[in-house]
Each structure stands twice: as structure tokens, then as C-alpha cells.
Design a protein around this ligand. Structure first.
Ligand SMILES: Cc1cc2nc3c(=O)[nH]c(=O)nc-3n(C[C@H](O)[C@H](O)[C@H](O)COP(=O)(O)OP(=O)(O)OC[C@H]3O[C@@H](n4cnc5c(N)ncnc54)[C@H](O)[C@@H]3O)c2cc1C
Length: 379
């Protein structure tokens, strides 16, 4: 694919080698920028959940040249099956194909997706330093002086804060921003063997706690469930997570019931309270810019947080390549991403509110369908 090189930025530091950071690093390196990545995690791991990769997210990964690897190592489906919570089949939704040759939707285990992106980063020969963060950032006019947490220093034409919801880069350079706000819901997830006969994604509706199953590989799925968040004095340990999820699934039939009856204490189970925020403009300060959850953290209602992070990485590189200066490129990036991320966050938070209020299912469907149709539009 022909790509215009970026002339206004020769070197960039990506802080946070997660989904958005790696996407930005790949897109910038492919346009001639010398990119370095740092990540706080000394082992550069990701936790063991599955993740839904919607059609628009697959489209973004195709732009990074990673679609074939995701298809081969994840699971691709063409439809979502809707059930009443007790297992009675309601109907099937055919997922639209939004670009020729693109699968409709899919899922993958997060560690597998991470490995696919890391392999591309390594193939592009980017230096990656681990167990490290930034301790000071000083704009110098045409670049940024960086002090690292190990005492070393560096200078880059651009610094990208992709260090997620508790972003250190955001704290250092964007005093007008703040952390995401709790939405009042929590998300349960379990990674488990694929129920026999499950061939598509499944949604279980009509219960106060909606849940769904996403295939992630020929032999594995993850199941999610959304519940009202209950404040606890301490985090639940593994045994409590198992007991509580089993209890929450008591009313469910179909494959959700199969998972309840089959789950073991060895399966990966996680509970996370949900939070979201669209950070107020501006998303850049001199030559420091934010992307991913650091700028646009959402809830999983549209399964699009990672997709937004990947799109933002690509758009940042595209706009820097197109613009006459780095500043113009950063402004164009912000203006292209802000409305789309706002739509995802507003729609996701609105659906969560309706679920908490046991709101009208037709209104719920209207918000989701509208947002999903807009997400299918080119980014
Ligand atoms: C419960 C739940 C379910 C979800 N399900 C989906 C889904 O199905 N589909 C979907 O598209 N999205 C989903 N999302 C959203 C998605 O996970 C995020 O939007 C996405 O991971 C954001 O990417 P990111 O690069 O901004 O952050 P991350 O992928 O979290 O990466 C951040 C990286 O920064 C590193 N880091 C953190 N702090 C520092 C620091 N100070 N210095 C250096 N490095 C640092 C971390 O180690 C990590 O590697 C879900 C989110 C939640 C909460």
C-alpha cells in the first residue's frame, strides 16, 4: 500500500505499548518515523480476557496489515444469535460486511492480539523499553525533552500518551483533564472452553444483568455480564469471583447456563467497575498528544474501545503525513477523532444508564443500532 511519509516528525516516543500505542507506533513507523515505545509493565503482558473485534475494528486492523493474522488466530463470525436469558432462541442478527473481503465480526484472546501486534512492532525494529514510565515532559518548541523514571533522558519530535485510563502523560501535560468517571455498572468476564455447538456470538436479553458470549478461537470463548456495581471494602479474591459469577448466572439457560455448569476455579474470571470520559479539548499540548483510553475511555456496550484506540493511532499518522506542520497534523487528528469518539462514549454510557434504570428495550436497541450504523461509516 502506498503511504505518504511524515516530514514534520522524525522521531516519536510512544508511552504505553497497549492496543492504541502499538497501533500508533506501527502506523508512524510505516510512514518513516523513528519510533520508540516504553511500557510500565516489565514483561509487556496483557490480562487473559477475550475481546470482541467488531467489523469497524477489523477494518482498522486491516489498514495495519494485521487482519490475516487476526483471522487465523482469532474467531470470525457472520452473525449474532439473540436469546432470552433462559435460553429460548429469539432471532439471529446478520452482521453487515462493511468493506469487501472484510469479515463481519469476530473475537480473539487479548494475549493473542497483543502478540500479533508485538510481532509487527518487532518486525519494524522499534526499540521497546520495559518497566519504565516518564517522570517529566518539557515542550521545547519543536520537540519534547523527556525524563524517564530510571533517570535516563531523551528528546523526541513527538510524544504520544497511550498509557490508558490513569495516564501519566495526561497528568504531566494536560491539567484541564481528569480520570474517567464511574458509570455505576461493572463488567464480569470469564475466559473458558467453547461450548459444544456454539458457532456465533450470542446475546442473552430480558434479564436485569445482560450477558453475551464471543468466540475467540476454535476452542475458546469469553463471556461477559453487566451488573450494577456494588462498592466493596476490598477486591474479591479468585474464589469469591467464581462463587459470585456462578450465582449471577443462576437464571440463565442455553450456552450461558452451560458455562455456569461447566466453569471451574481454574478459568480466568475478572470483575471491573466501568468508567468513561471523553477528555475535553485540546488533546495535544505542544508536541505531546494523547490517544486511546487516555483521551477517550468508554464502556464495553459497543465493544469499540479498542477499535477507537486503533483508529486513533492510524488517523494520527495519516493526518501528520497530510499536514504542512506537526501542529496542523495534531489539530486535524483531534478534529477527526473527537466527534466519532464522542458518539461511541455518549451512546455506550446512555445504554448503560438505560440498563441500570430497566429502561425501554426498544430505546436500548435504537441507541445501539444507530451508533453501530454510524461506526460502520468510514473513519
Ligand atoms: C470490561 C471491559 C471490556 C472491554 N471489551 C472490549 C471489547 O470487547 N472490544 C473493544 O474494542 N474494546 C473493549 N474494551 C476497551 C479496550 O480494552 C480499551 O479501550 C483499549 O484497551 C484501550 O487501548 P489503550 O492502548 O488506550 O490502553 P491499553 O490497551 O490498556 O494499554 C495501555 C498500556 O499502557 C501501559 N501503561 C499504563 N500506565 C503506564 C505508564 N504510566 N507509563 C508507561 N506505560 C503505561 C500499560 O502497561 C499498557 O500496556 C473493554 C474495556 C473494558 C473495561
Amino acid at each position: 500500500m502506498d503511504r505518504e511519509n511524515i516530514s514534520s516528525v522524525a522521531s516519536a516516543l510512544v508511552v504505553g505499548g497497549g492496543i492504541g500505542g502499538m497501533a500508533a507506533a506501527i502506523a508512524l513507523a510505516e510512514r518513516g518515523v523513528a519510533v520508540g515505545i516504553i511500557d510500565l509493565d516489565p514483561e509487556w503482558r496483557v490480562y487473559g480476557a477475550g475481546i470482541t473485534i467488531t467489523g469497524p475494528t477489523l477494518r482498522a486492523y486491516r489498514r495495519l496489515g494485521l487482519l490475516d493474522a487476526i483471522k487465523a488466530q482469532g474467531a470470525i463470525t457472520t452473525r449474532t444469535r439473540l436469546f432470552r436469558f433462559d435460553g429460548v432462541h429469539l432471532h439471529d442478527l446478520d452482521e453487515p460486511v462493511i468493506e469487501e473481503g472484510l469479515p463481519a465480526t469476530g473475537g480473539i484472546m487479548r494475549p493473542v492480539l497483543h502478540r500479533i501486534m508485538q510481532e509487527r512492532v518487532r518486525a519494524l525494529a522499534m526499540p521497546v523499553r520495559l518497566g519504565l514510565t516518564v517522570s517529566a515532559l518539557d515542550n521545547t518548541g519543536n520537540g519534547v525533552d523527556v525524563a524517564f523514571s530510571d533517570g535516563s533522558r531523551g528528546h523526541y519530535d513527538l510524544v504520544i500518551g497511550a498509557d490508558s485510563v490513569a495516564s501519566r502523560v495526561r497528568d504531566l501535560a494536560f491539567p484541564h483533564m481528569g480520570p474517567p468517571l464511574p458509570t455505576g455498572q461493572g463488567c464480569w468476564r470469564i475466559s473458558i472452553a467453547r461450548p459444544p455447538g456454539l458457532e456465533a456470538g450470542e446475546f442473552y436479553l430480558g434479564h436485569a444483568n445482560p450477558c453475551g458470549i464471543t468466540p475467540c478461537a476454535p476452542d475458546s470463548v469469553y463471556m461477559w455480564m453487566l451488573t450494577p456495581h456494588v462498592e466493596r471494602e476490598r477486591f474479591m479474591d479468585d474464589a469469591e469471583l467464581y462463587d459470585e459469577l456462578k450465582r449471577l448466572l443462576a437464571d440463565f439457560g442455553g450456552n450461558a447456563g452451560w458455562i455456569r455448569d461447566t466453569m471451574t476455579r481454574a478459568d480466568w474470571i475478572n470483575y471491573r467497575p466501568l468508567a468513561a470520559v471523553l477528555q475535553p479539548k485540546t488533546w495535544f499540548n505542544g508536541r505531546i498528544v494523547l490517544l486511546g483510553d487516555a483521551a477517550h475511555a468508554t464502556t464495553p456496550h459497543l465493544a469499540s474501545g479498542a477499535g477507537m484506540a486503533v483508529e486513533s493511532g492510524i488517523v494520527l499518522a495519516e493526518e501528520l503525513a497530510r499536514a504542512i506542520s506537526a501542529e496542523a497534523g495534531l489539530l486535524a487528528y483531534q478534529e477527526r477523532r473527537y466527534p466519532r469518539c464522542k458518539d461511541v462514549i455518549d451512546s455506550s454510557v446512555a445504554v448503560g444508564r438505560l440498563q441500570l434504570a430497566h429502561g425501554d428495550p426498544a430505546e436500548h436497541a435504537r441507541i445501539l443500532e444507530g451508533a453501530l450504523a454510524r461506526l460502520n461509516e468510514p473513519f
